[in-house]
Design a protein around this ligand. Structure first.
Ligand SMILES: Nc1ncnc2c1ncn2[C@@H]1O[C@H](COP(=O)(O)OP(=O)(O)OP(=O)(O)O)[C@@H](O)[C@H]1O
Ligand SMILES: [Mg+2]
Length: 471
């Protein structure tokens, strides 16, 4: 049986119980009142008969007695029959008034003695018709029973509809969730339930929707990952493989031309090995980030030191691509708190991106500037820029922009670089900002907190340079 049917049944059963208890209670109370009223009536009749008998004894008038009893008979319809036995020596007299009732009757007997002559007494045996006595009480109980039944039935019908709708509203999302779960089980991710409520079910649906969306993202990531990894591994390996016969040929040739060609081939092989190393490093770092096991060991460090390392690392590649690689470091920058290795990785990714998307003749600049308690380090280029719609998703795992197939060095990338950048900077408590204009260039920068420790020559530190303000 479905939860909806079960819930409806339970609610109806509860209502039925409540109606039965209330109706039963009302009827019982009414019945008790009616029984008490009947006893009062009998007591009233008995009292009146007693008074009549005692008056008749005092006045020694049997006609008065019969007349009064007839009057009482018309006064109290339940008093159906009375047999009066007048004991007065020498002879007793018996008179009857009315007729014994048909059906159930209550029989009573009373004796009244003459206070002045104890040998004289009147005994009245009377019968009260139960039907006449009960009729008023029964009618009122019946009326109440009818009313209870009517209002109970109306309330029950209303409640069945209400209970059904209520159960439906509670269980409706469960059925849809079951269908959605089946779809997810079949590998179709990303669909969401349009259910909005602030209760527990609303929160459950929200969590389920978030899960479906996350699974869709992961699925998308997995697909992107497989195709990107295949490309990123195959293309440098293919390049290295194709240089091998050329290198072997140049090794056998002692001429000067062959020597200089050999150098070029080896440079290319080294470039491709470097590319492979960066890729594997990115893969390992992003795996550590996903596992939550990436740690940053923060220590006071100098920004210009990192900038110089990166310039040295990429100078040859920039020259090959005919791009000017330069730095703008104001003198006397304060030390920042950071993990030097991780931050080097960040800047490597940013410069690598900038070189990939900057055509020959362009410029890539590593700049730093102090802003309050932070130093902003940014990498700017005069390259293709990023499409406005892409900017918000670029920091997600395996997310690439639509310009990713128009790189200067032919590598398509895997969409790991900016994800790693953001994760590392967040671990430092910093912020990443992007400013990009299609066909004009891109600036990606991040902030690092200045440490209180002063480096040598800090007294000569320059004030704000005013650069690095990113949107
Ligand atoms: N300087 C830039 N100029 C233009 N587009 C950029 C620049 N930097 C990043 N992008 C865009 O952002 C996307 C994501 O960059 P990210 O570094 O995360 O991945 P990737 O460079 O494609 O691959 P990977 O860094 O893993 O080799 C790129 O695919 C590209 O579309
Ligand atoms: Mg990159």
């Amino acid at each position: 049986m479905s939860i909806r049917a079960r819930l409806t049944l339970w609610l109806c059963a509860i209502l039925l119980g409540v109606i039965a208890l209330m109706g039963g209670g009302i009827l019982l109370t009414q019945w008790t009142l009616a029984t008490r009223e009947a006893s009062n009536q009998i007591a009233l009749i008995e009292g009146s008969l007693k008074r009549t008998a005692s008056d008749a004894l005092l006045q020694a008038d049997d006609l008065l007695l019969v007349g009064n009893i007839k009057f009482l008979e018309s006064q109290y319809p339940p008093l159906a029959f009375a047999e009066i036995r007048w004991k007065r020596p020498p002879a007793d007299q018996t008179i009857t008034v009315g007729f014994p009732p048909q059906g159930a009757a209550i029989s009573r007997r009373l004796t009244v003695k003459d206070p002045f002559s104890p040998s004289k007494s009147i005994t009245i045996a009377f019968q009260i018709a139960r039907a006449a006595l009960d009729s008023k009480a029964t009618q009122s109980v019946k009326r109440i029973a009818k009313m209870t039944l009517f209002s109970g039935t109306a309330a029950f019908i209303f409640f069945v509809v209400f209970a059904f709708e209520f159960a439906k509203s509670l269980t409706a999302p469960l059925g849809s969730l079951a269908t959605l779960a089946e779809e997810i089980g079949r590998g179709r991710f990303g669909r969401k339930l349009p259910w909005r409520s602030r209760d527990e079910i609303g929160r459950f649906v929200e969590a389920f929707n978030a899960m479906s969306e996350r699974l869709a993202t992961l699925d998308e990531s997995k697909k992107n990952f497989v195709s990107s990894v295949t490309h990123e591994l195959r293309s440098p390996l293919g390049a290295i493989e194709s240089f091998m016969p050329l290198i072997e040929g140049a090794l056998d040739d002692p001429s000067t031309a062959a020597r200089s060609s050999l150098r070029v081939y080896l440079d290319r092989v080294r470039d491709n090995i470097h590319r492979l190393r960066l890729f594997v490093e990115d893969l390992l770092t992003s795996a550590a980030i996903e596992r939550g096991s990436m740690t940053c060991l923060l220590a006071p460090m100098s920004i210009p030191g990192i900038s110089r390392d990166i310039l040295n690392l990429f100078q040859a590649k920039a020259e090959n691509l005919e791009v000017t690689l330069r730095e703008e470091m104001p003198s006397g920058l304060p030390l920042v708190m950071g993990d030097a290795d991780k931050l080097r990785h960040v800047v490597v990714n940013l410069v690598h991106n900038a070189l990939k998307y900057t055509p020959a003749g362009g410029t890539v600049t590593i700049a730093a500037a102090r802003e309050g308690e932070h130093v902003w380090l940014s990498v700017s280029d005069t390259g293709t820029g990023i499409d406005a719609e892409d900017i918000s998703k670029l920091f997600k795992l395996f997310s690439k922009g639509r310009n990713s197939d128009r790189t200067q060095d032919g590598s398509q990338g895997t969409g790991l670089g900016l994800y790693i950048v953001k994760s590392i900077i967040e671990k430092h408590g910093g912020e990443v900002r992007v400013r990009s204009e299609p066909r004009a260039g891109t600036t990606i920068g991040f902030s690092l907190k200045i440490t209180a420790i002063k480096q040598e020559g800090a007294a000569r530190e320059a004030p704000h340079s005013g650069q690095g303000g990113l949107s």
